[in-house]
Design a protein. Structure first.
Length: 566
C-alpha cells in the first residue's frame, strides 16, 4: 500500500501505480517545498519567519498589502529605497519569487516594534508568486537589485533621530581579520590528515551524517577508539607531564575539525575519554589516575555519566540521590536518567548528595560507581527511533569505596563544573554542519528539487548559517588561544548549532514530500531514512545540555544585561 501523503501541493500530483508509491525522482514532480505548497501543511523559514505560498490569489493580496506597508515605511523614513530597486524582475527571475531583505533602524532594546524587525519591502514581479522576507533587527543586510540601501541617521539639525544605531559599521571602522592558520598549525593539520588517510577505513567514514544508530556502530566505535589511543590522539590536549602532547587550543580545534571533515565515527567511550578522564587527571587522587585513566582511554572500560535525575535536569543542583557514609565506604540510593550508553558501560561518574542539610550547590559528592554490582540496575529507554541509547540507573544500596570519591565529599559541584568545562564543539561541529549542507544540496538535486526557488533559498540559508557558525567558532578560538577567560561563547554556540541543525533536518525531510514521513527502516525511505533519524535527534538537541530557553536566558542576562524574569 502506498504511504499516505503528508504534504499536498497544487496544481497536480503525479500518479502512482497500484502497490507502489510514487517515485520522488519523477521528472517535474514536486516532492515537498514547491510553489503550490499549502502553508498549513508546511511552513517555510525565511530569515526566521515562517512564510508560505498557499495559493496565487492569497499571495497577490498579501503582496498588495505588503507594497502598501513598504511605501508607508519608506514615507516614515524607516528605509530608503531606490526606485529602480522595486522594478519587476525579468526573464527567468519573473517565474520565481523575489526575495528581498529589508533593513530597519534599531532605536533601542525597549522599542518592541523596532526590535521585532518591522520594516518590510516587497518587490513583486507581474503574474508570479512573491515571497516576503522579513529581516530581523540586527540581521545582515543584502544589497543590490531588490535590496535596500543602508539609511544613515540624519544629523540633529535635519530632524534625524540621534538615538538610532547603524546596523552595519563603516568599512573604515572594521578591523581586518586574519583567517589563516600559522605554518606550524598547517603542518599539524597535514599530520592529522595523513594519519587519518592511513588509518580510517573507508567504510567507517560518514556514519554520523543525518544521525547514526548507536547499537549498529558499537563495534566500529570500540575499534576506532583503540586506534586513536594507539596513535596518541586521545591525550592530545593533556599536559606533557601527564603523558599528553600539550597541543594548543588551535591544534585541538584542527584535530577535531579534521576528524569531522573525514567523517570519522564517534568513539564508544567518548564520555569517559572527554569528560571523566580529564577530570580525574585534574582532581583525582594518584590511585584513581593510575587505576582508571589508561583503562578509559584504551576502551578497556566504558564510562557513563550519572548527573541528571527525573526532577533534576536543567536544575541539576536539585538532585536527590543520597550517599551515606558507612565506615570506609558509601551507600548510594536514588535514580539517574538519560545516561547515554549506560547499558554497555562498566562504570559511571556520578553525583550524589552527601549532606542534605547543606545549600543546593554544597553537600554533593562526585563518585565513581561500578555499574556491574548487584545494587545497580540499568534500564534502557526505548526511543521513537527504535534505539535505546539512553538509560535509567537505579541505585539500591549501591556500594562505593571511599577511594572512589573524587575530591572532597562536599565539593562535587565544583568537580561537575570542571567536567562540563571539558565539553567542546567549535570547529568540529562547524565541519559537521558544512558537510550536512552539502549533503542537503545533493539530496535536493537528486530529488529533482534543485531548481525550486524555495528549496534553493533554504539550502542557501543553511550554508550562510553554517559559515557564520564557523566564523564565530574562530572568534572563540582566538580568545582561548590568547588565554582569555571563557565568556558566553558556550551558550551562544549551543543555542546556535542546535537551532540550526533542527532547521537543516527539517528542510531535508520536507524536500522528500510524502517520503519524509517514512520511518528509517522503511524499504522506500530516501537515503535509508538517515534524514528522518537526524530530524528526530535534532528535536532533542535543543533540550539536552541546556535547553535553548536556558541558553537565551543566560545570553539575555550575561551578554545583554537584561533583568532576570520573575
Amino acid at each position: 500500500m502506498s504511504p499516505a501523503p503528508v504534504f499536498s501541493w497544487s496544481p497536480t500530483r503525479p500518479a502512482s501505480s497500484p502497490g507502489r508509491p510514487w517515485s520522488p525522482t519523477a521528472a517535474g514532480s514536486p516532492t515537498g517545498l514547491s510553489r503550490g505548497l499549502r502553508l498549513n501543511e508546511l511552513g517555510f523559514d525565511a530569515l526566521g519567519l515562517v512564510v508560505g505560498v498557499p495559493d496565487l490569489e492569497r499571495v497577490e493580496a498579501e503582496a498588495a498589502s505588503s507594497e502598501r506597508y513598504s511605501q508607508q515605511a519608506a514615507d516614515d523614513g524607516q528605509v530608503e529605497v531606490e526606485a529602480e530597486e522595486l522594478e519587476a524582475a525579468t526573464g527567468e527571475e519573473e517565474e520565481e519569487a523575489l526575495q528581498v531583505v529589508a533593513e530597519v533602524d534599531v532605536a533601542h532594546a525597549g522599542d518592541d516594534r523596532q526590535r521585532r524587525g518591522q520594516g518590510r519591502v516587497l518587490a513583486r514581479s507581474s503574474g508570479a508568486a512573491a515571497l516576503v522576507a522579513l529581516g530581523r533587527a540586527g540581521a545582515a543586510i543584502g544589497t543590490g537589485r531588490g535590496g535596500v540601501r543602508e539609511r544613515r541617521p540624519a544629523a540633529a539639525t535635519d530632524g534625524g533621530r540621534g538615538h538610532h544605531q547603524k546596523l552595519i559599521p563603516d568599512g573604515d571602522s572594521l578591523q581586518p581579520m586574519d583567517l589563516k592558520f600559522s605554518q606550524e598549525d598547517e603542518a599539524f593539520r597535514q599530520e592529522v590528515r595523513g594519519w587519518l588517510d592511513a588509518n580510517l577505513a573507508a567504510d567507517w567514514r560518514h556514519r554520523g551524517v543525518g544521525g547514526y544508530r548507536e547499537d549498529e556502530d558499537e563495534n566500529v566505535q570500540r575499534h576506532w577508539q583503540k586506534q586513536l589511543h594507539e596513535g596518541g590522539w586521545l591525550k592530545l590536549a593533556w599536559p606533557r607531564e601527564s603523558g599528553g602532547r600539550g597541543a594548543t587550543p588551535v591544534q585541538q580545534a584542527i584535530y577535531q575539525e579534521e576528524l569531522a571533515a573525514a567523517g570519522a565515527p564517534p568513539i564508544l567511550g567518548r564520555l569517559g575519554v572527554s569528560l571523566a578522564a580529564p577530570t580525574i587527571n585534574l582532581l583525582g587522587s594518584q590511585w584513581q589516575k593510575d587505576t582508571y585513566i589508561e583503562r578509559i582511554l584504551a576502551c578497556e572500560e566504558v564510562w557513563a555519566q550519572g548527573f541528571s535525575e527525573p526532577n533534576a535536569g536543567s536544575d541539576l543542583a536539585g538532585l536527590k540521590t543520597r550517599a551515606v557514609k558507612d565506615g570506609d565506604r558509601w551507600i548510594l540510593n536514588g535514580q539517574k536518567v538519560w545516561s547515554s550508553g549506560a547499558h554497555y558501560s562498566d562504570r559511571s561518574f556520578l553525583l550524589a548528595r552527601t549532606d542534605p542539610e547543606a545549600p543546593p550547590h554544597k553537600g554533593i559528592g562526585y563518585f565513581i560507581v561500578d555499574l556491574k554490582q548487584p545494587g545497580v540496575e540499568v534500564r534502557r529507554i526505548r526511543q521513537l527511533t527504535g534505539g535505546g541509547e539512553f538509560c535509567e540507573i537505579f541505585l539500591n544500596d549501591a556500594v562505593v569505596e571511599d577511594r572512589d570519591l573524587v575530591g572532597d565529599q562536599t565539593e562535587g559541584w565544583k568537580a561537575a563544573m570542571t567536567t562540563f568545562g571539558f565539553e567542546r564543539g567549535g570547529l568540529a561541529n562547524a565541519s559537521r554542519f558544512e558537510s550536512a549542507v552539502v549533503s542537503l544540496a545533493n539530496l535536493a538535486r537528486n530529488l529533482g528539487q534543485g531548481s525550486d526557488p524555495l528549496v534553493r533559498q533554504r539550502v542557501a540559508q543553511a550554508k550562510i548559517e553554517a559559515h557564520t557558525f564557523r566564523m564565530n567558532g574562530l572568534r572563540a578560538l582566538t580568545k582561548a588561544q590568547q588565554g582569555a577567560a571563557p565568556g558566553p561563547e558556550a551558550s551562544l554556540t549551543k543555542l546556535y548549532w542546535s537551532e540550526m541543525d533542527k532547521r537543516i533536518q527539517e528542510t531535508a525531510v520536507a524536500v522528500q514530500g510524502q517520503y519524509g514521513a517514512l520511518s528509517p527502516d522503511d524499504a522506500y525511505a530516501v537515503e535509508e531514512g538517515r534524514w528522518q533519524l537526524g530530524w528526530m535527534w535534532s528535536q532533542a538537541e535543543t533540550i539536552y545540555a541546556g535547553s535553548s530557553e536556558i541558553q537565551r536566558n543566560i545570553i539575555a542576562e550575561r551578554v545583554l544585561g537584561l533583568p532576570r524574569g520573575r
